[in-house]
Design a protein around this ligand. Structure first.
Ligand code: NDP
Length: 289
């Protein structure tokens, strides 16, 4: 194996220390950034994710609150909860955990979160901010993938990047973050695969970001020698967690590669907390260092 393994934890550790220092400074002004997680119904993956949020929030001094609504809650009840949180000046960040119960309109519910408190970066205002390069609360998973890419120290300008997956909160914003750095970006999706062109695009990618939720979609043999591979996928196969890229053979060809688990995932909560800090600063008009 020749690639450098891009683990999320060490990058998160450095960022957490900076977040904790900034939170302490805010607290000196009498403000404690507060993140509220809203969950509708029960979900095992969400429960694990929320526990990680709570633990990491405590470690950096961010207050963490849970609001739990029953699985049979009506959309109007969820909407009312979000409106109340939007108006509460003690709350700086809101995350609506997914999945929502079947039949509930995710876009409509997410759209009710005030953009200034949308620390997961799911509202149109914040997605628009990534698109234009304006300041905003960018999607935390996309930020995590981008932070790992930057952690290589490799100059990004002019590089050929391929992103597989075009979701609004992962694929598209990662592509925009790279585009804003003057990376040349190609987006791939099921249409690319249907046209038989996926291997071609992967083979010329100096930076490859894969976010599809398809286990081992990208065979290691496709990866360009010396590429940076960021695997966002989280898939369970026979009780084990694997990514969207065939890790061992890909690591033999790539210069850098993220492991799954242990790559993008551990950084995502850090980005959520960094956004909560940023949101608290913006709402209280206190400048961050
Ligand atoms: P979505 O299901 O919203 O999007 C998947 C994308 O992948 C779509 O654009 C789809 O194309 C594309 N795709 C699916 N199958 C193929 C294929 N065979 N060939 C080419 N493209 C394909 O997923 P998300 O963006 O929400 O999540 C992607 C992955 O990232 C998942 O594994 C998820 O678990 C993981 N994830 C990880 C997080 C973390 O913190 N590490 C956080 C969030 C997500 P099309 O548009 O044509 O349908």
């Amino acid at each position: 194996m020749s690639a450098v393994i891009l683990k999320g934890a060490p990058v998160a550790q450095g960022l957490n220390a900076r977040i904790a220092a900034d939170v302490a400074e805010l607290q000196a002004h009498g403000i404690t950034p507060c993140l509220v997680s809203v969950q509708v119904g029960a979900d095992d993956a969400s429960r694990i994710y929320r526990n990680a949020q709570e633990k990491k929030a405590a470690a950096v001094g961010v207050a963490y609150r849970r609001v739990d609504l029953p699985a049979d809650a009506r959309e109007e009840e969820v909407a009312e909860t979000l409106r109340t949180l939007n108006c509460d000046p003690r709350i700086h960040g809101i995350i609506l955990q997914t999945p929502l119960p079947k039949g509930m309109n995710l876009d409509a519910m997410q759209g009710l979160i005030a953009a200034a408190k949308d620390v997961d970066g799911v509202t149109e205002a914040n997605l628009g901010a990534v698109m234009t390069g304006r300041p905003g609360l960018y999607p935390s998973t996309a930020l995590s993938a981008f932070e790992l890419l930057k952690s290589t120290g490799v100059s990004l300008r002019g590089k050929e990047a391929v992103v597989i997956g075009r979701s609004a909160i992962v694929g598209k914003p990662v592509a925009m973050l790279m585009l804003n750095e003057r990376v040349t970006v190609t987006m791939c999706h099921t249409g690319t695969q249907g046209a038989g062109m996926l291997a071609y695009h992967v083979g010329r990618a100096e930076i490859l970001v894969v976010a599809t939720g398809q286990p081992n979609l990208v065979p290691g043999a496709w990866v360009k020698e010396g590429a940076i591979v960021i695997d966002v996928g989280i898939n369970e196969v026979d009780g084990a967690i694997v990514g969207d890229v065939e890790f061992v053979p890909a690591a033999e060809r790539a210069a850098y590669i993220t492991p799954v688990p242990g790559g993008v995932g551990p950084l995502t909560v850090t980005m959520l907390l960094r956004n909560t800090l940023l949101a608290a600063c913006m709402q209280t008009e206190i400048e961050r260092r």
